[in-house]
Structures are given as C-alpha cells and as structure tokens.
Design a protein around this ligand. Structure first.
Ligand SMILES: *Cc1c(COP(=O)(O)O)cnc(C)c1O
Length: 439
C-alpha cells in the first residue's frame, strides 16, 4: 500500500511519519476555508438540543445525579492553572493565555463524551417508537416515559451497537433504563469493568477477540435481519454526530459565565482526542458553527492508530486503514483503538479542522499523573492524548504566522477536552497512575 500511495503522490512527510509510528503534527491545508456541510445545519443541531430538553424531566427522574442540572447531561468547564504551568515546564514552551479543562470525563450517566451522542441517539429512537405507538406527544411531560407501560412497549424493540467500550456504556445504560432489549458488541480493547457494569444494568454483552471494526460489523449484522432492532452505527451515524454537536452552544454559554471572550483578538483553541471521529467531529462541528474562524480545533490520536489523520492527509478517508500502512492498530488508549475513520466525519472536517497530532502511548500515563498531581482530577489514558498538542501548535511558527496568531496567543484560551474517566474503578485508575514514567 505504501508503494501505491507513493505512486498516487500521497506518500508525503506526514504519511511517512504515520507509517513509521512517529509522533507528528499534521496541519490541514484546507483548515482555513471554514465551510460547512450543507446537509448538517444549525437548525438540525437546535432541534437536537430541543429534543434533549424535552427528555430532561425523564432523565432527571431516572438518573438522580442529574437533579442539579435539571436533567441536562452537561459537564463543568474548569480553569486549570497548575496544569498549565506544569505542562509548559515539562514541555519547555511558554504558555500565555488561559487553559481550561472541559470535564466530559465527568458527564453524568456514563462518564465520557459518548454520553452526548450515544444518549441522544437512544432517546431519539425511543421518541420515534413511542410517538408511532400514539403513546407520546411532543408537548407531554416526558417524565411519563418512566412508567411501566413504556418499558413494556420498548421491551418489544432492541438496540445494538459495536464499541471499544465507552459508546457501549452510553448506549447500554440508556437503552436498558428505557426498557429496550440491548446488545453491546465489544472489541478486544474493551475493559472488563465496562462489560461487568453493562451486564449489571441488564445489557447483553458479546465479546470478540478482534478489532473495533469487527464488533461494529457484528452489531450491524444482528440488526440487519430485524426491523425492530435499531443499530447505532458509530462509523457514520448522524444522530450521534448531532448529539455531540450540541456541545457548541453549551460551551458558548459556559465561556460567557466564566467571562472568557472569544473573538478575533481572543482566539479559542480546542484539543480533543479522536478514535473513529464521531465525538471529536461532532463537537468540533458544533463549536465551529458558533465561533467560526475564531476557533482553532485540533484532534489527537495514538501513533499506532492514527486513522483520522491518515484518512484526511491522504484524502482517502474511510478508504484506507492503519493496517494498510503497516501499523498494528494497538494502543493503550482503548477509546481511540480504531483502525479506520468514520465515513461521515473526515469529509465533514476537510474544510473545518485545523490539524491532528499523534502521541506515543507511554506518555498518556505521564499526563494522566500530571493532571492528577496538579489539579486532583483523574481521567482515562485516552483522554490525555491531547496534552502535548498545545505545545506542538504553539511551537509551530508557520501555522501561527499563516493564521496571524503570533500576537494573539497572549490573549488566547485553550481547552483540553477531557473525554472520559470518572467511571473507571479506583484500582484500575491507581494502576494507570502507577504506569507513569516519573514518580
Ligand atoms: C470514544 C472516545 C474518544 C473518541 O471518540 P470517537 O468518536 O471514537 O472519535 C475519545 N476519548 C474517549 C475517552 C472515548 O471513549
């Protein structure tokens, strides 16, 4: 395949670094265009937000941890000055401006960014089923969905999903709570505690010794023969994408509450870990819709599973997998262990995303420990993939000059999107912490 890429003129410096599993920062040559996929509009995102609002009374009732937020599944945006100093000391760069941590690691219900997309998709399916049955109307108080008659109705339908873990948790927990018959097809990377937790909530878990793609394929197969089964397609679902994209307006409100300006003099930088691309793609899309060219978005992937940067840098998107360039796809970042990018997201990001960095696995533990030691916040290894991306971007003079950012970084705000971790069992988290190279 490398020879073929060479013939096609696509074996550039970036692709060679990917093939060698070397850390790199790819800058998207089309990142400046800032144009949107016409088929996914702000209206679609607003309708998604309205749906989540309709369900809020139900969520509040069945998940008491959302009582304070009135049934909205949202996470804190925190200032992390000690991390900011420690990161710049560790990586040897100056970091003016402000650093914030978006704690999706602590999202209620399922403890990861997947709660945004996954829960939305299940709720939308439930709304369709209940509405078609004539049992639910938009103006109803959705609290009624907790009644037995709805659980009975939903038990005649099933939901299937393939996952490396966190999407399975979101889909499984939400589906089982509503009363759906839910099956989660888990790849080899999935952690045992996630499977145990899902089974304890009443979800069926099927384990595969293979990759994420295989788990998704099995889920698709199960659903194909059954008209009453809804398959959550992590490789291309628009409902997932829209759930993630609601993060844009919500972030805007949180930044306002913190009195953080975002405009041409105060650029915003977002860094978010990427697996198949759905979560970071949807979040980025929603944020770009709100802040346009004043926000700069970067993804981060493991050096052994850089499927999104491979797809975007070659322009082949889901037409190429990391195995095609000789990589094994294996990584300690279980949430990012994906060999082939989403067929929806890469194309959507072509004219929006600013760049993607790759990171060696062992560093994830160092950053996990650094965050724990400085701020007392614990997140999972996957969620730490972005921690050196800021330094790479700030040290990339060509990029800063091209975007006329050199003078503005003093007044910039950077957000590390912490994508998961609060549900990791304590002994497992202690183990992660112990794997850091310095102590
Ligand atoms: C799933 C996941 C991601 C990436 O989301 P994708 O939609 O797969 O790109 C990042 N971090 C964590 C912790 C995840 O579980």
């Amino acid at each position: 395949m490398l020879n073929k890429l060479k013939e096609m003129g696509k074996l550039d410096e970036t692709v060679q670094a990917l093939a060698d599993a070397r850390e790199t920062l790819w800058i998207n040559p089309r990142g400046m265009e800032n144009t949107f996929d016409e088929t996914i509009t702000q209206k679609d995102i607003d309708e998604t937000e309205a749906r989540l609002q309709r369900f809020a009374p139900y969520i509040k009732k069945v998940f008491p941890e959302t009582r304070e937020s009135n049934g909205m599944i949202e996470s804190p945006l925190k200032e992390v000055p000690k991390l900011q100093k420690a990161l710049s000391d560790m990586l040897g760069y100056t970091h003016p401006g402000k650093l914030l941590l978006k704690c999706d690691s602590h999202l209620p219900v399922s403890g990861s960014v997947k709660a945004r997309g996954g829960i939305h998709e299940v709720l939308k399916f439930a709304e369709e089923v209940a509405t078609e049955a004539g049992a639910l109307h938009e103006q109803d108080n959705y609290e009624i969905l907790a009644e037995d008659r709805f659980r009975k109705l939903f038990s005649g339908y099933s939901v299937a999903v393939g996952s490396t873990g966190n999407l399975g948790l979101s889909i499984g927990i939400m589906s089982a709570q509503l009363g759906f018959d839910v099956t989660v097809h888990m790849s080899a990377d999935a952690r045992q505690w996630k499977k145990d937790l899902l089974r304890s909530r009443g979800a069926r878990v099927i384990e595969y010794p293979d990759s994420y793609q295989k788990a998704v394929a099995e889920g698709r197969k199960e659903a194909a023969g059954n008209p009453k089964c809804h398959f959550v397609d992590d490789e291309g679902s628009l409902d997932l994408f829209l759930g993630y994209a609601t993060a844009g307006r919500r972030l805007e409100r949180q930044l306002t509450e913190l009195s953080v300006p975002v405009d041409s003099e105060h650029p915003l930088f977002i860094y978010i870990p990427c697996g198949v691309g759905g979560a970071p793609g949807g979040v980025t899309y929603g944020i770009k819709k709100v802040f346009g060219e004043n926000v700069h978005c970067f993804f981060a992937e493991p050096t052994h599973a850089p499927c999104m940067v491979l797809g975007m840098a070659t322009g082949l998107h889901d037409g190429i997998a990391v195995e095609d360039i000789g990589l094994d796809g294996k990584t300690a970042a279980d949430g990012l262990a994906v060999g082939r990018a989403s067929r929806l997201v890469g194309k959507t990001m072509e004219t929006l995303l600013d760049g993607i960095s790759t990171i060696d696995d062992y560093k994830l533990y160092d950053y996990l420990k650094l965050l724990a030691d400085t701020e007392g916040i614990y997140i999972e290894p996957s969620a730490c993939a972005t921690f050196d991306t800021i330094a790479r971007v700030m040290q990339n003079q060509a990029y800063l000059e091209q975007y006329r950012l050199t003078d503005k970084i003093k007044t910039a705000t950077h957000i590390l999107w912490a994508t998961g971790g609060s549900m990791v069992p304590e002994d497992e988290m202690n183990h992660y912490y112990s794997l850091a190279s310095e102590s």
